[in-house]
Design a protein around this ligand. Structure first.
Ligand code: CA
Length: 119
């Protein structure tokens, strides 16, 4: 019984250490810093977590089924504004993220991006 308890305690400690590392790696500062120079990054999380897209593609008429209506925060590390739209084919503007800046989607635009262009 005593041995079993010690093993359980060690396992719990290992899980706690693992969780701590995960939290540190996904903090807002490190996530934003992780978006490469010259690229934009789209995140599902409102705090620059849960990365969906890292790209420098200029014209995207459809974000794709896996990423549709999920974008909650954006890092734009390019030299151009990133123009976001609620519908496919750049219909219904949802905001513009200036070059070399980051933004969290307003509640009314949150989880509502379906297309975008960088220009
Ligand atoms: Ca989201």
């Amino acid at each position: 019984m005593r041995t079993f308890l010690r093993a359980a305690a060690l396992t719990a400690a290992a899980v706690a250490i693992g969780s701590g590392l995960t939290v540190a790696a996904s903090s807002p500062a490190s996530a934003a810093a992780a978006c490469p120079a010259g690229k934009y990054c789209l995140y599902d999380g409102a705090d620059y977590t849960k990365l969906l897209v890292t790209s420098d593609t200029r014209l995207v008429t459809w974000i794709g089924a896996a990423n549709n209506d999920k974008v909650s925060s954006i890092v734009n590390n390019t030299d151009s504004p990133l123009n976001l739209f609620k519908n496919v084919n750049w219909d219904a503007p949802a905001g513009i993220v200036a070059p070399h800046s980051k933004a969290v989607m307003l509640p009314v635009q949150n989880n509502n991006v379906s297309s975008y262009y960088l220009y």
